[in-house]
Structure formats: C-alpha cells, structure tokens
Ligand binder design. Structure first.
Ligand code: B12
Length: 261
C-alpha cells in the first residue's frame, strides 16, 4: 500500500543533504564517461555535474578505466530541497509469520503442500539471491523455504529458458513460480520478466496461472502489474517475508488448485 507520510514528530518538513556541516546540501556522485582520462575528461565531468545542478562542484577522484573510459567522483552542493511530507512509502501488505504459523496456515487452507518452482531465467547466472530464498540454509538468519514442512521447493537453478520453466511448473503443478533477475543491462530483467509472465498467461487457462513472484535488487517498486506478475521482492528480502506473502496470497484466493493444464 502506498501512503503519503506525515513527518514524524521532531523532524523538519524540509531537509537538505549533509556533507561537512548541517544543511550545506553537499552530495557525492560517481559515474563513468566513455573517454580516456585527461584534462578534457575532467572538464567533461564537471560540465555534467553542473548540468545535474551541482554548484559549486569539486572533482575529488578521476581514474582511467582501461584506455577508453574514466571513472569520476564529484562532490558538490545541490539547490534542491527534500519535502518529507511528499515522500511515498510502499508498506508491506501482509503480516510477518513464524515458520510454524506458515506451515499451519498452508495445512489449514490448502490441505496439501504448497508447491513452489524457482529459477533464474534468461542468461542470468546470479543464483545467490534465489538460493537465499529457497535453500534450507536461508539468508540473514532465516531458514529458506526448503525448511518449511508444508512447502515443496523445486529449484531449477540458473539460465532456465522460459518454455522450460513453464513446462516444469506445469509438471510440478506449481502454486507459485519464483523467478530471480539480477542482471539489468539493457533492461534484461524487465524484458525477461514480461516474456515470462506472458508465457504463463498463454500456457494456463485464465484464473489458473500460478502466483508469479519476481525478485532482484533493481526492480522498481510498484511495477508488478506492468510486468504482469503478482509481487516483486527487492534487495534484502528474507525467506520469511516470502513465506508470509505466500500465505497471504492463499488467503486472498490468489493460489488456486492447479488444473494441471
Ligand atoms: C556474485 C556475483 C556474480 C557471480 C554469480 C555467482 C552466482 N552463482 O550467483 C559471477 C561471478 C558468476 C557473476 C557473473 C557476472 N556478473 Co555478477 N555480480 C555478483 C555480485 C558481486 C553479487 C551478487 C549477489 O550474489 N548478491 C547477493 C544476493 C543475496 O543478493 P541479490 O541477488 O540482490 O538477492 C536478494 C534480493 O535481490 C532478493 N532476490 C533476488 N532474487 C530473488 C528472487 C525471488 C523470487 C525473491 C522473492 C527474492 C529475490 O532476495 C535476495 C536476498 O535478499 C554483484 C554485485 C553486487 N554487489 O550485488 C555482481 C553483478 C550483479 N554482476 C554483474 C555483471 C555485469 C556480471 C557479468 C555480466 C560479468 C561479466 N562481464 O562476465 C557476469 C554475468 C554472468 C551471467 N551470465 O549472469 C553486474 C550487473 C550489472 C547490471 N546492471 O546488470 C553486478 C551488479 C556487478 C557490477 N556492479 O557491475 N557475478
């Protein structure tokens, strides 16, 4: 749920960044330009900083990245103000449950194990994120979904093609499909997710599509509907959050008895 925030007591409504002294509006940015490191490159970096609204701007670091690129760090003052009253926070729409409560809820509501099929799709080989959610050893002190007695986990691994994922989900009668996308070059995560969700909608009858859950560090919050998925999880997600969400989705009638279609 998105809600405009009222400023907590004791905080001002308007703030500026802090660098050396309170309210000096100093920020530090880093970027790479596709030119060799020389005086012209440093001037180009400062020109970019000025166009970004940093004035005055100091070039604090410039380093050649091979022969054709230069990496910069610029420190400067911005004129923009932050209005805390306009900050919108997307809040978790479900309560956090213990593993015991998750298992009990699945048993009561489904009367069988919840089947989860997970994969890293496309050419993406970054499996650490999806493994953190699925593998029994888990993440951040929480056990992964394999630990839950009422969840059957099928981890298909990395570089899974979408048709293979759809076939596996159908064969396993998946209730939920958990997909990871870490590489974002050329918006690969967006394209792969949309291809995946379209393939599931095509392969299953309306209303029988498994719950589609996507995760990765660089998805835009609030873009689930546009991507054709039910839920997005971002940086720092823990397995307990995902398990709690799955129970919430069952409760909301989003998990339907798989048709085997
Ligand atoms: C480890 C790593 C690798 C390892 C991956 C090993 C493996 N088995 O996973 C190796 C060395 C193979 C690798 C290769 C490459 N990598 Co790499 N890699 C990383 C690194 C350092 C860490 C990623 C990681 O493990 N994070 C830890 C996990 C726990 O975090 P996470 O993935 O965000 O997952 C959490 C959440 O996002 C969420 N989540 C993630 N998925 C899912 C799914 C679901 C369903 C849910 C609910 C939640 C969820 O939950 C997780 C736990 O909180 C990152 C840089 C970084 N510091 O992030 C670069 C990075 C991701 N790699 C990058 C690149 C470019 C590559 C290569 C293309 C490099 C190259 N030129 O060869 C190749 C690509 C290989 C391929 N085909 O995919 C770039 C991506 C840039 C971009 N914009 O896309 C990064 C950001 C580094 C960088 N700054 O340049 N990489």
């Amino acid at each position: 749920m998105s809600t405009p925030q009222s400023t907590p007591q004791g905080l001002p409504d308007i703030i500026r960044p802090y660098g050396d002294t309170t309210g000096d509006a100093m920020v530090q940015v880093s970027f790479t330009l596709p030119i060799p490191h020389d005086k012209r490159a440093e001037g180009a970096a400062l020109q970019l900083a000025a166009k970004m609204g940093l004035a005055p701007a100091l070039l604090v670091h410039a380093k050649a990245m091979g022969s054709d690129f230069t990496f910069f760090i610029v420190y400067g003052s911005v004129s923009h103000l932050v209005d805390l009253r306009e900050v919108v926070v997307i809040e978790r729409e479900f309560p956090m449950l213990s593993a015991k409560d998750v298992n009990a809820a699945i048993k009561k509501r489904l009367g069988r194990k919840l089947v989860v099929v997970g994969a890293c799709i496309g050419t993406d080989a970054h499996t650490v994120g999806i493994d953190a959610i699925l593998n029994i050893k888990g993440f951040a002190g929480e056990k992964g979904l394999e630990y839950y007695t009422e969840i059957k986990v099928v981890n298909c691994g990395a570089q899974v093609l979408v048709p293979e994922l759809v076939a596996r989900a159908r064969a396993e009668k998946a209730d939920a499909v958990l997909v990871s996308q870490v590489v974002t070059q050329k918006d690969a995560h967006i394209h792969n997710t949309m291809t995946m969700s379209a393939a599931f909608r095509e392969a299953y009858p309306a209303g029988k599509v498994p719950l589609l859950v996507i995760g990765g560090p660089r998805f835009e919050q609030g873009s689930a509907a546009a991507l054709g998925v039910d839920r997005i999880f971002g940086k720092g997600t823990t397995p307990g959050e995902v398990a709690s969400y799955l129970v919430h989705a069952i409760g909301a009638g989003q998990v339907v008895a798989p048709s085997g279609a």
